[in-house]
Design a protein around this ligand. Structure first.
Ligand SMILES: Cc1cc2nc3c(=O)[nH]c(=O)nc-3n(C[C@H](O)[C@H](O)[C@H](O)COP(=O)(O)OP(=O)(O)OC[C@H]3O[C@@H](n4cnc5c(N)ncnc54)[C@H](O)[C@@H]3O)c2cc1C
Ligand SMILES: NC(=O)c1ccc[n+]([C@@H]2O[C@H](COP(=O)([O-])OP(=O)(O)OC[C@H]3O[C@@H](n4cnc5c(N)ncnc54)[C@H](OP(=O)(O)O)[C@@H]3O)[C@@H](O)[C@H]2O)c1
Length: 495
């Protein structure tokens, strides 16, 4: 490990404005806060300013305005490189441009807004010639053994969050805190059987529908195929409306069973129907354990996704498989998804971790790792969820870390305990002066969890703190946060 060098500070007498001094101090702290200050991102990353999941779709598209079509298509993706489409954002865009990929609705986290934007971009002028895209990839992974999925939330909680433990013994899988695990889960067998019965399908198709195809989210090519096969013209017209993404088209958010039940005259050949469904992709989960205290095991923190629609419960495929159906005698296929989300190399560097809800996962890994290695750096955790009594995930461990001093600071935000919602960014604002001092000391800031709302608001709170405490204007605060990210002192694992 590198020995820590004292961080030089710009003297008060130096000919700089307070904002300039603050920025320079932050920059120096980044450099000296550890020899770990990493070089600027690869030039390619800089070429894609829209490649940030915290930006709105409109902002991303604006940043790509005037760029070649594959880049504008890329800007419409959710920017998570999560692999659920079988590509990363850049290669999916390139495959669509070249025509090697024909479905514009594969981006799961981007959902309908992304699919709509892609379709309208694709409808513009003729495709540009681009290099042949790489083949869609999907790591097959290795069989791991499911051990347990214990509930972390109390019985009265509105949420069901699970502490999932998997056994890696006998696999070649190795991970570091900050990595994610990709898990291939199968569809709910009861739903597969309902689909099979509606189609009066031959049982030989069952394994494919169970393990290989996503029956929860049919693509436009499925509705196109059904429209072409529909004997009833009204059904064909309604299916075409669905394919066109018409906002009034029903049934909304349909799964395959919904479509088969709503359009009984549409029965294309089964092989074609199955081929039109998207491949069932692994889901990613931030790893919530360090390999040091739990060698040979990996632990996750998974929010169970369930919703009621048209009097039928809609289960998230992987989260419900792990919570309700997985057993130790049925191996799961898993792979490690390496991350840029990393603890500072210098164990003395302070860290600020902001992770409400399941965003706590990698921070449990970080804290376990710092405890196991005896790292002396200060640790500050911002955590929150709906109610303290039922939703304080990993409460005994976190409280023990606070008591034994591993956690120098713990800021908790319960959104539904009181009359007014309190969020992690409110706690950050309350502690602005201390937070700023930590940043001046070279702290690294990490954010994990919800991309669409929380990560954006936390980003804004950081800028406001820089403006108030560092006496910066909005442009200077933006430059400061960009510099922080370039030094790898501001890292996000958001979804
Ligand atoms: C880098 C990364 C890290 C992550 N870490 C975590 C983590 O630590 N913990 C965690 O809980 N999650 C994490 N996630 C999210 C996780 O990968 C899954 O997306 C999540 O568990 C839902 O997957 P699922 O298979 O259970 O649900 P899915 O089957 O994928 O369904 C997800 C959502 O889509 C909706 N949906 C399903 N079908 C349709 C349809 N036909 N039309 C419209 N909507 C539909 C469902 O109602 C549900 O809201 C992470 C994601 C990424 C990218
Ligand atoms: N799209 C959605 O509506 C939706 C809903 C739930 C979960 N999710 C997804 O599920 C994942 C994580 O879910 P989770 O249940 O672990 O955590 P979560 O939904 O992020 O909730 C954790 C805590 O964050 C609060 N929160 C809500 N909006 C916030 C904001 N703008 N800034 C800061 N905090 C905010 C929540 O409060 P309140 O809930 O009391 O407002 C709750 O106390 C994410 O991927 C998220 O996108 C999506």
């Amino acid at each position: 490990m590198n020995a820590i060098s004292p961080t030089p500070l710009i003297p008060e007498s130096a000919p700089f404005t307070p904002a300039q001094r603050a920025w320079l101090n932050g920059f120096l702290a980044g450099l000296y806060g550890g020899a770990e200050a990493t070089p600027a991102p690869a030039p390619e990353a800089e070429d894609f300013p829209w490649h940030d999941p915290a930006l709105d779709l409109a902002e991303r598209l604006a940043l790509a305005e005037g760029k070649p079509k594959p880049r504008r298509l890329m800007a419409a993706m959710a920017q998570l490189d999560c692999g659920q489409c079988g590509y990363i954002c850049q290669t999916y865009a390139e495959a669509l441009t070249s025509g090697a990929e024909t479905s514009a609705s594969l981006c799961v986290p981007g959902g309908k807004p992304t699919a709509k934007a892609l379709k309208s971009l694709l409808a513009e002028a003729a495709p540009l010639a681009v290099p042949a895209p790489p083949k869609p990839t999907g790591p097959l992974g290795e069989p791991v053994r499911f051990l347990a999925a214990t509930r972390l939330t109390g019985p009265a909680s509105a949420k069901d969050v699970r502490h999932v433990t998997l056994d890696l013994a006998g696999t070649g899988l190795a991970y570091q805190p900050g990595d994610s695990l990709g898990i291939a889960a199968e569809n709910d067998p009861a739903l597969v059987d309902a689909v099979m019965a509606t189609l009066a399908a031959d049982p030989t198709f069952r394994p494919v529908l169970l393990r290989e195809r996503d029956i929860a989210r049919p693509l436009d090519r499925t509705t196109d195929l059904l429209a072409g096969a529909a004997k009833d013209p009204r059904e064909a017209a309604m299916l075409r409306k669905l394919s066109d993404g018409d906002d009034d088209a029903e049934p909304k958010d349909a799964d395959l069973l919904d479509l088969l039940q709503a359009f009984p005259s549409a029965r294309p050949p089964l092989v074609d129907l199955i081929a039109s469904l998207p491949a069932l992709k692994p889901r990613l989960y931030s790893i919530a354990s360090s390999p040091l205290p739990t060698p040979g095991k990996v632990e996750l923190c998974i929010g169970v996704v369930q919703a009621e629609r048209r009097e039928r419960r809609r289960d998230g495929i992987a989260s419900c498989h792990l919570a309700f159906r997985a057993t130790p005698d049925q191996p799961l296929r898993a792979h490690i998804h390496p991350s840029h989300f990393r603890l500072p190399e210098n164990p003395e560097t302070p860290i600020i971790m902001i992770g409400p809800g399941t965003g706590i996962a990698p921070f449990r890994a970080f804290l376990q790792h710092r405890a196991a290695t005896g790292a002396q750096g200060r640790n500050w955790l911002f955590f929150g969820d709906q109610r303290s009594a039922t939703d304080f995930l990993f409460r005994p461990e976190i409280e023990a870390w606070r008591e034994d001093g591993l956690l120098t600071s713990l800021s908790l935000a319960w959104s539904r305990d009181g009359v007014q919602k309190v969020y992690v960014q409110d706690r950050m604002r309350e502690s602005a002066a201390d937070l700023w001092r930590w940043l001046q000391d070279g702290a690294h800031v990490y954010v994990c969890g919800d991309a669409s709302r929380m990560a954006k608001d936390v980003d804004t709170a950081l800028r406001v703190i820089a403006m108030q405490q560092g006496k910066m204007n909005a442009d200077q605060a933006r430059d400061w946060i960009v510099a922080l990210a370039r030094q790898h002192r501001y890292q996000r694992d958001i979804y």
